[in-house]
Design a protein around this ligand. Structure first.
Ligand code: PHE
Length: 403
């Protein structure tokens, strides 16, 4: 590499170069004309309270890259995925991101799922000019960190609108309580949008309560909510707390349904909450019962590999990897800036969860589904809600339709 190019390198990449001068696969500007394996980093909670988030995402990534490597990889080079566990801790996510960039010289960072942890990783990726793609972080602030940060999912201003619209129009509710996790950026953001949208649509919020990730006793908040007599409780938390809240709500004599967002999605949710969750509704990225061949073929391959059906995280990760591979194939070279530019130009990428087109803030515009938790914990598909902007732009010519 010429000195002029070195001068443009961010500090972290320079340190990596100094530490390992012979290594030519690299981060940021380093990977441009490298040969051999392409190293991609993944930061995930594969242990801890949100372990299924990390495990499912890692499965989706591995499935995609295994299939891709069998077909020859990207630009004739195989992919190697290096996954680091952050145990569900934001500081660990930041440390893992730094390690993957500086020591493993990854070309791209994948992760996290939880928005708070993505927000801890993103500044590291941005500073090193290593593109980062989160498969499932929906909080608006994540991609706003900088122009190297992308996602493969919709954002919470849309998800909050979806659940407010569903509560008002499908369930015909007038009065809903909110119970949010104040230590979780995702939960705080989604609660805020739901409140704004539901009120705008003529509904009332009665009972506005909070808890903190890791809490196990929600009786005080549920007693306050019960006194307000709401027709439902919107609780945009993660699955561990949601399972406990559902049980304690029933114990407190609350019989109205719980409503939530994608953070509920886990095979552990029903294990924790049991029958108390039956009749609850939540928004999600896709439904594994979608009869389209795209979803069913994917579900079959995932099941064959892992002996479990893919939750939305498995599907989102598979799509994030697909979208990334598509961009890397189009990129002029495999340097950070070239991959970044190609990711930003993503148009009509056909994923399992839908078609992905990046808008100017690096967020895809995609529909959401609403699922109902039925007897025995099975998710029933209820409805699919299109983004308001896409409603006006429904494809009219056959060539624009998804396969
Ligand atoms: N959207 C959640 C967040 O941003 C993460 C999540 C996505 C969890 C999908 C479960 C399923 O924090």
């Amino acid at each position: 590499m010429r000195i002029a190019a070195l001068a443009r390198l961010p500090l972290v990449a320079l340190l990596a170069l100094t530490a390992c001068p012979s290594k030519d696969q690299g981060s940021g500007l380093v990977g441009a004309d490298a040969k051999g394996e392409i190293v991609i980093g993944h930061v995930a909670s594969t242990t801890g309270n949100e372990a299924t988030f990390g495990i499912s995402s890692d499965r989706g990534f591995h499935l995609f890259f295994d299939e891709l490597n069998a077909k020859g990889g990207i630009k004739g080079r195989k992919i190697r995925l290096v996954t680091l566990d952050d145990q569900g801790k934001p500081e660990e996510a930041a440390t893992a991101a730094t390690r993957l960039i500086a020591s493993d010289h990854v070309s791209v960072l994948l992760g996290e799922v939880a928005s708070t942890r993505s927000l801890f990783m993103a500044p590291k990726a941005q500073m090193a000019k290593v593109p980062m793609v989160t498969p499932s972080s929906t909080n608006e602030k994540v991609t706003a960190v900088g122009d190297y940060i992308f996602r493969a999912c919709f954002i919470d201003p849309f998800q909050g609108y979806v659940m407010a619209k569903f509560a008002r129009e499908n369930l015909k509710l007038n009065k809903v309580a909110i119970l949010r996790d104040v230590r979780n950026d995702y939960s705080v953001g989604l609660a805020k949008v739901f409140q704004e949208e539901f009120t705008k649509m003529g509904g009332t919020i009665a009972g506005n309560e909070s808890f903190s990730q890791g809490d196990v006793d929600f009786k005080a908040q549920l007693t306050n909510i019960k006194a307000q007599n709401p027709e439902a409780i919107f609780e945009p938390g993660y699955y561990t707390e949601t399972g406990l809240i559902a049980r304690q709500a029933r114990e407190a004599g609350i019989t109205v349904p719980l409503l939530g967002g994608d953070g509920w999605d886990s095979e552990k949710l029903y294990e924790i909450g049991g029958a108390a969750l039956e009749g609850a509704y939540f928004s999600n990225h896709y439904s594994v019962d979608d009869p389209s061949p795209r979803v069913q073929d994917f579900a079959k391959r995932y099941k064959a590999a892992y002996n479990i059906l893919p939750d939305s995280l498995g599907a989102q990760a598979y799509d994030a990897a697909g979208m990334l591979a598509d961009a890397m194939n189009r990129a002029t070279d495999l340097s950070g800036p070239a991959i970044r530019d190609a990711l930003a130009a993503t148009k009509n990428f056909q994923g399992v969860t839908g078609s992905i087109t990046m808008e100017e803030h690096r967020n895809p515009v995609k529909p959401a589904v609403v699922l109902k938790i039925a007897k025995g914990g099975k998710y029933e598909f209820v409805t699919r809600i299109e983004p308001p902007s896409a409603v006006a732009a429904v494809p009219t010519t056959p060539s624009q339709k998804q396969p």
